[in-house]
Design a protein around this ligand. Structure first.
Ligand code: AMP
Length: 396
């Protein structure tokens, strides 16, 4: 993996693609600056070498139109305070103004270019647009893991203009390392916990992970498709009828790969889909008619706990229940505690993909696991075994 640590940036202007697509309040204040914090090591390394940094990023979905609501000038002060450095801003990402700003940049300085997605050419991967961006810098650094699954002008096409001076930033390197630790060189036993609502959205991940894991824990709404396919009565629980055969196929494949699969053995079932509904703990195969399983039960939590505490590498994607409702968050909280405990005992734990990061933060587990991915879709695709365009562009 060619990272910025393999290069001295002295007197070099580094064009750094970052993912500053941060959430904002109605008055444009940044409400979560994790993605800005995450690129600090990359910025520090380049500037300490005596180079300068030109940030390229998108923000939101301006759909090819210039719009104040999506302007990056709204987040300049947040970037400055997180990085502890002054940030210059240019109101365009290409053209004369950008060229002049880049030209005038001195070693140790940072320039932020305006939203790349003010141009449709960014998302369409237009080579002429990528060439205009490329002209602004001497080296290209990709540190935008959250956007690495997109083949856009600034995330992949641009790399062609820097055949010998293109590098992974330190955040990208960390994310890719974390995936490799789980899929390739994880200390065994390796356990994947896959929860969430639907089998259909997790199927490729499960299939790709089977050769890499020793244990597979399945929870959340998706577990009921498996339970029903195995002959259980699941009442009104979430089921994808058309995925029941697929569920059985996965179980067969897991068996062939000698992967132990753990499905919930009990559930907290409710009369309705709301927090105040009547609920009780029932056997997973006997959810009463009209009721629905919204969380895993106590025996399941204990079984999952034992598996996790015996694991050395753990991947967690997706909640075990409807964690948004306090009465059905217990299984997910218990799982978070088990993973945190295993991590304290020396296991490597990675949380990532889709919305997983949201609940890990909500329940305060982000500091208690080894690594929380900054990329939702990009992490999901990595776990699916796909080579991300942003990664391929640097590796090629
Ligand atoms: P995903 O985006 O696929 O990771 O799914 C996350 C969603 O799954 C969350 O919003 C949960 O509320 C939902 N979920 C988890 N367990 C269940 C369940 N037993 N029934 C319905 N939805 C669930």
């Amino acid at each position: 993996m060619k990272t910025i640590n393999d290069f001295n940036f002295k007197d070099q202007r580094a064009l750094v693609r970052v993912d500053f697509n941060v959430p904002q309040s109605a008055d444009f204040k940044v409400t979560d600056n994790t993605r800005i914090q995450a690129v600090k090591p990359t910025v520090d390394k380049i500037l300490n070498d005596g180079g300068s940094v030109i940030f390229m990023t998108h923000l939101g979905r301006p759909k090819g139109k210039v719009s104040d609501d999506f302007s990056l000038k709204n987040i300049v002060s947040e970037i400055e305070s997180v990085l502890g450095r002054t940030v210059k801003f240019c109101g365009d990402c290409i053209g004369d103004e950008a060229a002049a700003a880049a030209q005038n940049l001195k070693p140790g300085e940072i320039l932020l270019l305006e939203n790349l997605r003010f141009y449709n050419e960014e998302e369409s991967g237009d080579p002429a647009f990528a060439a205009k961006l490329a002209k602004l810098g001497d080296a290209y650094v990709n540190d935008a893991f959250g956007t690495a699954h997109r083949a856009h002008a600034s995330t992949s096409v641009i790399a062609d203009f820097f055949p010998s001076t293109k590098f992974f930033g330190l955040l990208m390197a960390k994310e890719l390392d974390a995936v490799n630790k789980v899929l390739k060189d994880g200390e065994r036993p390796v356990t994947a916990v896959i929860g969430g609502s639907k089998v259909s959205s997790k199927i490729t991940i499960i299939e790709n992970m089977l050769p890499a894991v020793d244990n597979l824990i399945i929870g959340g709404g998706m577990a009921f498709t498996f339970i029903k396919a195995l002959g259980g009565s699941v009442g009104n629980s979430l089921v994808e009828e058309d995925k029941m055969n697929l569920a059985l196929e996965i179980l067969g494949k897991a068996n062939g790969e000698k992967v132990r699969v753990y499905l919930p053995v009990d559930a907290i079932a409710a009369e309705e889909f709301n927090n105040e509904a009547n609920h009780e703990e029932v056997d997973i195969n006997h959810i009463p008619e009209g009721w629905m399983g919204l969380d895993v039960g106590m025996r399941s939590r204990q079984i999952f706990h034992d598996v996790i505490l015996n694991s050395r590498t753990i991947l967690w994607n997706g909640p075990l229940g409807v964690f948004e409702m306090p009465n059905f968050a217990g299984g997910t909280v218990s799982l978070g505690n088990s993973i945190a405990e295993a991590t304290d005992l020396g296991a490597f734990s990675l949380v990532g993909g889709g919305d997983s990061v949201a609940f890990v933060k909500q329940f305060g587990y982000d500091d208690r696991v080894s690594y929380v991915s900054t990329g939702g879709g990009a992490m999901l695709e990595s776990l699916e075994g796909k080579e991300l365009p942003g990664v391929k562009a640097i590796n090629d």
